[in-house]
Design a protein around this ligand. Sequence first.
Ligand code: IPE
Ligand code: IPE
Ligand code: MG
Length: 230
Amino acid sequence: MDLNIPHHIAIIMDGNGRWAAERGLDRVQGHTEGVSAVLRTVDACLGYGVQYLTLYTFSTENWKRSEEEVSSLMMLLSEALTKYLPDFMERGIRLKTIGDIDALPDSVLAKLEHVREETKSNDKIVFNLALNYGGRDEIIRASRKLIDAGVSSTELTEEVFEQYLDSAGMPDPELLIRTSGEMRVSNFLLWQISYSEFVCMQEFWPDFGKDLLTKALQDYSGRQRRFGGR
Ligand code: IPE
Ligand code: IPE
Ligand code: MG
């Protein structure tokens, strides 16, 4: 089967906690394994020539988790950014972020800004992390920005609105994947997924990699996208 490769794949990485629980490990160990799955996924996307990969990494709702889990997630992110920056440079990976990252701990924010700056000329893939991200929050922040910029009601179109979203300049994802069997959007990319194809799979995120990505691409390649036409 010929695979149809999307320009942009978005993933709701879910099931780290359940993956750990099944093995009698604690949730943080699930997140640690989740980082390895991220690296395998970027690798596989590079191999397939995907141009944008957006990963739901920390939602505006995830602050409800225990302080211990939240700080472990921040720590893992911070360590991974330091550890993999040389790899990003070597392989042409450009880091971008969406979400209200100013609310992240200062040390994480500084590292994100550093890696975004260092990688800004890399052009093989945009590795886009959704951090303190909520679809509704993004839409509200965009609305505030465009009001502050003095955009009038008659000037406002979908194209203008998109320029104020965190995702400005990126194509909408053609494919949205969610692991761990859940079939909900959980406040991810509400605007951008209006016509995305949705692939849900039972496997937990730490088990994700090239094989499951290929399976999702096969599923996607068999879809007929009609966009309301016939
Ligand atoms: C996804 O795994 C990672 C994040 C949301 C940060 P979960 O931590 O949600 O794992 P489950 O859903 O509890 O199994
Ligand atoms: C969505 O997963 C958020 C991320 C993957 C970062 P959650 O596990 O937080 O979502 P719900 O609570 O199952 O909807
Ligand atoms: Mg979950």
